[in-house]
Design a protein around this ligand. Structure first.
Ligand SMILES: Nc1ncnc2c1ncn2[C@@H]1O[C@H](COP(=O)(O)OP(=O)(O)O)[C@@H](O)[C@H]1O
Ligand SMILES: [Mg+2]
Length: 326
């Protein structure tokens, strides 16, 4: 698990370094001592329920907020107040975008190009964002998803070294989201360090080299997708056979059975967390089937499910209530 030493110095190869960051909104401690690094050519996803503190974190890294405690460095520099050495190298798509609704898409792109040192050609930006056909349309007439893609185009046209994306695909249909994922993956492949917040788990699964799950201002889980998912374990489940008492169930793969009511009967579940993540489910299942054969019983509706990011996420959020509230 790649959590970060809270007091350690920033890694010199890092593009974004956050150490022990705390932020308040009035009485509310919105960010409670989080630490992570993002390297060049890496996409780090910050996941979390609404209100977890993701936007507050990204706005701090963008330089809009001074940390209440802890330290943030972007390309080795304190980003607070947008120092000139970062202006050309860092760009962001924040949740609130500041474009003029009456300008056309082409005019908006040109305005951003005027401010950049070595901008991409306008045609490339329009093509990249899929907005070529909308070049003459007023920004105010775009759909939510088209607006988000325009925001992204404006952020990447200066070819930034660090890109901060706060829920970049919110409001997009699946096709636009896929296009946007391709765009973002291309930016990472070109060597940018990208910090992305999202509450779409498939987006993190698709894009993230590493990820962290925030809840109530803290990072609860961090690592590569594989690391966080492997830690969670694989699930084996079946309906408790009528001829088996819960007390008679074996442990499998080192995991004890958990029995809970379901569909008017009892459901048995195991969470298997062996040392060998590739083989642990196979071994546990083999033990279970050996046991069932020896007992002469049949395990109804037997299922095996590898842990998913969703399981980890729901585990962090302490159940679905938190997910629905925001
Ligand atoms: N400007 C603000 N004033 C007061 N509270 C805020 C402000 N911005 C955010 N908050 C609160 O801080 C917490 C974290 O918010 P935020 O960083 O926006 O979380 P996320 O982006 O993960 O949804 C939430 O409880 C939110 O209501
Ligand atoms: Mg947010």
């Amino acid at each position: 698990m790649s959590t970060v030493d809270h007091d350690g110095p920033p890694d010199p190869g890092t593009a974004i370094s956050v150490r022990g960051l705390r932020q308040r909104h009035g009485d509310l401690e919105a960010v409670r001592g989080i630490s992570f690094d993002v390297a060049p050519g890496e996409l780090f996803a910050l996941l979390g329920t609404n209100g977890a503190g993701k936007t507050t974190t990204i706005e701090t890294i963008e330089g809009f907020r001074r940390p209440a405690a802890g330290r943030v460095r972007v390309l080795g520099t304190d980003p607070y107040g947008h120092p000139p050495e970062l202006r050309e190298r860092v760009d962001a798509v924040l949740q609130q975008s500041g474009v003029f609704p009456e300008l056309t898409v082409a005019e908006t792109v040109d305005l951003a190009r005027d401010l950049a040192a070595d901008p991409m050609p306008r045609g490339d930006v329009l093509e990249l964002t899929g907005l070529t056909a909308k070049a003459g349309a007023a920004v105010g007439t775009l759909s939510g998803g088209q607006r988000r893609r325009l925001d992204l185009g404006l952020a990447v046209l200066s070819r930034p070294d660090v890109l901060l994306l706060d829920e970049p695909t919110t409001g997009m249909d699946p096709e636009a989201r896929r296009e946007t994922w391709r765009l973002i993956a291309g930016i990472v492949a070109d060597g940018a360090a990208v910090l992305l917040t999202t509450h779409y788990l498939d987006e993190a699964e698709r894009l993230a080299d590493r990820l962290a799950i925030m809840h109530r201002g803290e990072i609860r889980v961090a690592g590569t997708l594989r690391e966080v998912v492997v830690d969670r374990g694989d699930r084996v489940g079946f309906r408790l056979p009528a001829d088996v008492r819960a007390d008679d169930l074996p442990a499998i793969g080192g995991a004890a059975p958990e029995v809970e009511p379901r569909d008017g009967g009892a459901w048995v579940g195991y969470t298997v967390r062996g040392d060998d993540p590739d083989a642990r489910a196979h071994r546990a299942l083999a033990e279970l089937l050996d046991w069932a054969r020896a007992r002469g019983t049949v395990l109804g509706r037997l299922e095996l499910r590898a842990a998913s990011l969703e399981d980890v996420f729901l585990g962090v959020a302490d159940g679905a209530a938190d997910l629905i509230s925001g």
